[in-house]
Structure formats: structure tokens, C-alpha cells
Design a protein around this ligand. Sequence first.
Ligand SMILES: Nc1ncnc2c1ncn2[C@@H]1O[C@H](COP(=O)(O)OP(=O)(O)O)[C@@H](O)[C@H]1O
Ligand SMILES: [Mg+2]
Length: 251
Amino acid sequence: MTRQGQGFVRHIELDSRVGTDRYPFSLPVVTHLAGMGRLDLDPGVTFLVGDNGSGKSTLVEALATAAGFNAEGGSRSFRFASRSSESDLGDHLTLCWNRRPRTGFFLRAESFYNVATEIERLDEGSGELLRAYGGRSLHERSHGQSFLDLVYHRFGPNGLYMLDEPEAALSVQGCLAMMVRFRELLRQGCQFVVATHSPILLAMPGARILQIETGGTIEQVEYEQAEPVALTRAFVNHPERFLDRMFADDA
Ligand SMILES: Nc1ncnc2c1ncn2[C@@H]1O[C@H](COP(=O)(O)OP(=O)(O)O)[C@@H](O)[C@H]1O
Ligand SMILES: [Mg+2]
């Protein structure tokens, strides 16, 4: 048994009257979600997969803001903003809570640099806050090392973690190290919602994989059927078949 927690967020509901023709409400996955009524989350790990542009980041960000996290990333005490591209989907999303987490973090791979800057600013040179993140400025670590510092040092028991492509900066070894930590955190009652393209992370035992299909429907799929897994496997087994087709015009 990997997981001990009951999860914090049982399911999410999107106001079915949100239909408009502007982003984010115009996205097929958002229309689909509004039509579904509710989407159940796993008490342990829920992965969101789907092609680029399918709406994974939009959904994770909406979940994170509805849970009270800063839209650009960080813990619930972070209130900085260096851009205003976030959508207001979170305002229309209702989270159904089992109980509230003790801690948590929203990690956006794409704006992690700004989070690292904010941590430095809040630390004010005292080193106190930095200790919670491994003791060194995340700017003095490689991108991948700083992610692992975060997950190993800052993430803790009974936490709710919303992560957008946490594998972005990680080597395969780094992904494996992250999974070992995830397993430990799951045993300590944590819940994760993770948008990912990683066929490695998706192998977390017991995880629920929700795949955004072309057209915006959300389907629960098994590991082998998840597109990052099936496509990576097909490619790695026979790269030449893909390359021949992709570069057919070169001859
Ligand atoms: N701030 C924004 N304003 C308008 N359109 C956006 C904005 N952010 C993302 N989009 C569009 O919404 C779609 C889904 O984006 P996103 O959620 O980032 O996809 P994913 O994370 O699955 O790659 C994309 O077509 C993208 O261009
Ligand atoms: Mg994204």
C-alpha cells in the first residue's frame, strides 16, 4: 500500500454556465469539463496528459488558484505576479474538499525562475527561508537541481501539490529521484495533481491518468494507453520508421 491519505480534493466542478467565446472558456477541454459536471481526482496522484495546447496548464493553474495558490507558482503565502496571463477559470471552479492540507505548492516549470527570485527576496539574506529549500539560493543550482531541492526539502507531509511539467528540467535519473520522493510523500498523506509529458513519471504505481483527447474530452487511461507512453515506446523501438516518414521529402 503506497498511499495513506484520503486526499484533500475529492473532485472539481466547473460552473456549467461559463460558455463564452474567449480564452479559457473557449478551449474544448473547458467546454467538456463544464458539460461533465464534475471530475474526480485520485486521493494520491492524478496525472493530466494531452498534446501541447490541449489545456493542461490552464487546468492545473485554475485548480491551483481555486485552492488558494498564487497563479504564478509558489506556496499559499506567495502573492507576487510578474505577468498577468493567467486565466480566470479558477474563479468558476469549485473544489470539493475532504479536508484542508497542512501545506502545499504550485509548481509551474515555465515560471519557476520567478519563484526562485521571490524566495530570495522573502529570505532577505537571513538564510532562514532558504533553509526550507535546501539551504542555497535556487538560482545557484541548475534548473533540475533546484527542482529536486524543492521537492526534497520544501515539500512535506500532508501537502497538496499541483505541478505543471515537473520533469521539464530533469534528466531521466532526476525523474527517478523525484518519483522516490513522491512515493515517500504519498505515504505521508500528500496529494498530487501533475500535468506531464513524461512516460517515466506516469509509471507511478496507482496513479490515475486523465488524458485530454483531441476534441477536448477527458478520458481515464491505463499507463500503456497514455499517449506519452505509447508514442515514446513506438519511437524508441523503431526510430527509423518515424524518421523515414517525417523526413520523406529529403530524398
Ligand atoms: N493567456 C492566454 N490567452 C489566450 N490564450 C491562451 C493563453 N494561455 C494559453 N492560451 C491558449 O490556450 C491553449 C491551451 O494552453 P495551455 O493550457 O498552456 O496548454 P498545454 O499546457 O496543454 O500545452 C493554447 O492553445 C494556448 O495558446
Ligand atoms: Mg502546459
